[in-house]
Design a protein around this ligand. Structure first.
Ligand code: MG
Length: 157
């Protein structure tokens, strides 16, 4: 068996638009500020997708879903992630697991962690785990200016 690992990263700033919804791991956080982005700005889904693409040697999310393409405006990022999982399998790789580390001051992730993990796991077709961390007041993330996510994925064949 051949195993490969991939890394993903994404960050989005909070939006001043009161109509932007906050979507993380496909879960809507009502009453929280949304993130700026061409799609729904789901940083977890984007980092997860980039890690899978990297592991499979298939480039990155920007090359497959350019943010200049009106097709992806306001897109549901779980749909993009589903397409990435399809591409990875199409290239002969089976996703093994993906682990996500999210850094934000808010919202609190723990109460919705199971939901996010379930939605991402369903879409990827392999276990996706989500861990939340605060930035302890340091830098832009610590000033609650946005949300960042790091991801590591394993694929095998
Ligand atoms: Mg993104």
């Amino acid at each position: 068996m051949t195993v490969r690992v991939g890394q993903g990263f994404d960050v989005h700033a909070f939006s001043d638009d009161p109509d932007r919804r906050l979507v993380l791991g496909g879960v809507v956080f009502d009453g929280e500020r949304g993130l700026v982005g061409h799609s729904d700005a789901d940083v977890l889904a984007h980092a997860c997708a980039d890690a899978l693409l990297g592991a499979a040697g298939l480039g990155d999310i920007g090359s497959h879903f350019p943010d200049t393409d009106p097709r992806w405006a306001g897109a549901d990022s779980l749909g993009l992630l589903a397409e990435v999982a399809r591409l990875v399998r199409g290239a002969g790789w089976q996703p093994g697991n993906v682990d996500l580390a999210v850094v934000c001051e808010r919202p609190k992730l723990a109460p919705r962690r199971d939901e996010m993990e379930q939605r991402l796991t369903d879409v990827v077709g392999a276990p996706v785990t989500v861990k939340g961390n605060r930035a302890e007041g340091l830098g832009a993330l610590g000033r609650a200016e946005g949300i960042a996510c790091w991801a590591v994925a394993v694929v095998e064949r």
